[in-house]
Design a binder for this molecule. Structure first.
Ligand SMILES: [Mg+2]
Length: 213
């Protein structure tokens, strides 16, 4: 059994969303510099690209020929980035899971690595499946999920994906993976998935349901 954890807003929750906002501010700064846009315009385009292309980078590559390296080198630099905090329960929860644990993220490895170190859970994972390792393709592109099955040497219900974005769960469902939506508003969200939790801390509560279905 292999557990695949999205990084942002899944391994750390919406209660620490200021971590992701600090990265978003850097993305906005990148757009302001590159296109000489105002902060408000840059912010709007950031959100628009993310909605249309899955990631801001997706839009920048498709429409403006921005290279992933220049983009990530810029947004992962600077003193203003925040990191999620160490909490003992998180480590205990992860280490209690049977099987292998991986991080499966649309970010570049160094962003997730820094956060895992800050949360002191880097040794809870066998590795990080990041956007660079998929030649800059990312969730929810179906070919990425097919590649994960090859790399993990596991298929279907042997794989469990936890993610805060409903769109990222759909290709996993199509392959028969077990899927967990992790989102504070999950109960109101109409999403097909194996189980829903508001926060990672609730994972033990759905554990038996998850493994019997
Ligand atoms: Mg996420």
């Amino acid at each position: 059994m292999t557990w695949l954890f999205d990084y942002d807003l899944t391994l750390y929750g919406h209660d620490e969303a200021d971590v992701l906002w600090s990265l978003d501010r850097n993305i906005t700064r990148f757009l302001m510099q590159r296109f000489a846009w105002s902060e408000a315009t840059a912010d709007e385009f950031r959100k628009g690209y993310c909605a249309q292309f899955g990631t801001t980078l997706g839009g920048l590559r498709a429409l403006h020929g921005v290279t992933p390296t220049e983009y990530f080198d810029f947004i992962h630099a600077g003193e203003t980035l925040l990191q999620p905090k160490f909490e003992p329960w998180r480590r205990e929860l992860l280490l209690a899971l049977p099987g292998t644990r991986w991080v499966f993220t649309n970010a570049r490895r160094d962003w997730a690595e820094r956060g895992l170190q800050s949360m002191q859970i880097q040794d809870c994972f066998a590795g990080i499946l990041d956007i660079e390792s998929f030649a800059w393709d990312s969730k929810p592109s179906p070919s990425v999920y097919a590649e994960v099955e090859i790399r993990m040497k596991e298929k279907g219900s042997q794989l469990i994906l936890l993610d805060d974005k409903p769109d990222n769960l759909q290709p996993a469902l199509a392959l028969g993976w077990r899927t967990v939506l992790v989102h504070p508003q999950c109960e109101q969200m109409q999403v097909e998935c194996t189980a829903k939790i508001k926060h990672l801390v609730e994972l033990p509560q759905i554990f038996s349901k998850l493994l019997t279905e």
